[in-house]
Design a protein around this ligand. Sequence first.
Ligand SMILES: *Cc1c(COP(=O)(O)O)cnc(C)c1O
Length: 385
Amino acid sequence: MIDFSGIKTPVYFYDLDILSRTLALAAGEARKYGYRLHYAVKANNNDVIAGKIKDYGFGADCVSGNEIRRVLDWKYHPEGIVFAGVGKTDEEIKLAIENEIFCLNCESLEELEVVAEKAREVNRRVSVALRVNPALEANTHSYITTGKDENKFGVGLPHLKNALDYCKNSPGLDFAGLHFHIGSQIISLEPYRNLCKKVNQIWREFDIPGYGGDMLNLGGGLGIDYCEPENNPIPDFKSFFALFADNLDLPSRTSVHFELGRSLVGQCGRIVTRVLYTKQGVGKKFVIIDAGMTELIRPALYGAMHRIVNVSSSASLERYDVVGPVCESSDVFARDVLLPRTSRGDLVHILSCGAYAESMNMDFNLRTKPGSVFASEGKIVAEEK
Ligand SMILES: *Cc1c(COP(=O)(O)O)cnc(C)c1O
């Protein structure tokens, strides 16, 4: 049991052993099929975490110019960097071209025109992929589906031929292939099976090899177990990659890429908080902790559930609403959860906070940014304030 007595809370806590085991499994399973992996940096841009992921040989998936700068600072190889995003600015496109990253994933004809123009300006060729909106249901929260007709992402199938022709006829553009990313926190493999079928169909119907396309990027989105993270700390990468190997039917020279975010880092992190107050409300009891939506916005943003444990008490169970200190009624982590009888000063951990917690931290209410601590073999090995 780690000693948090000298640690200022709230704090982002990372278990580097869980991270290593996760990375080793993902990299090992992908290697069986020659799949290439990129880390979706927006999930967690903490230096220690991102550095370790690079050390396991991952490329990077960036969604802003600043993320590209950052991953270059961390010494990710330019040839492993992909750049996605529905609204890339001219400056960001130029930065990507000048640094000769692996591929820009473009999302509209207008964007392709700007990319071609910027490539001309700096007299370089640029490798582009088209992000396709495959009009598929990912069966996840509506705020984190990205591959349906109504979503803003990607080139719709009715416009794909036009975009492919534009790539072919633009001397500065090297068409690499197609990119898909259908959503996040996808916990059943069924949407991915459907994605494979759709990709096989599109590859043939649009004759992607005929356009010189031999790169397929399937994005990320593999979910993690937020209900029982202790029993299920590492996602089933074996089944995940095997599903693609079994269901994709493409020319053998096609190089297949993935962009994993949450599934790599989600379970290695937790937020360690202290109870500030307990309060008897009308008809319910509140536990008020020192972390709020500013440290973890997922519950307020998408109604996400995180497992919460009181590690200081083993008294009999009582029902509480666990809430933060921020001046918003949505600053609630859980309603009517059972915790051992809880008192001021108890340490409460919010589990599965390695992804989309620290990277979405904000200073609303001018709250202080928490530090991070890193542990291995049951001991704290590094601390960032
Ligand atoms: C966010 C994002 C990812 C990673 O998604 P996860 O659900 O965290 O795996 C991958 N690709 C693109 C284009 C993204 O925007």
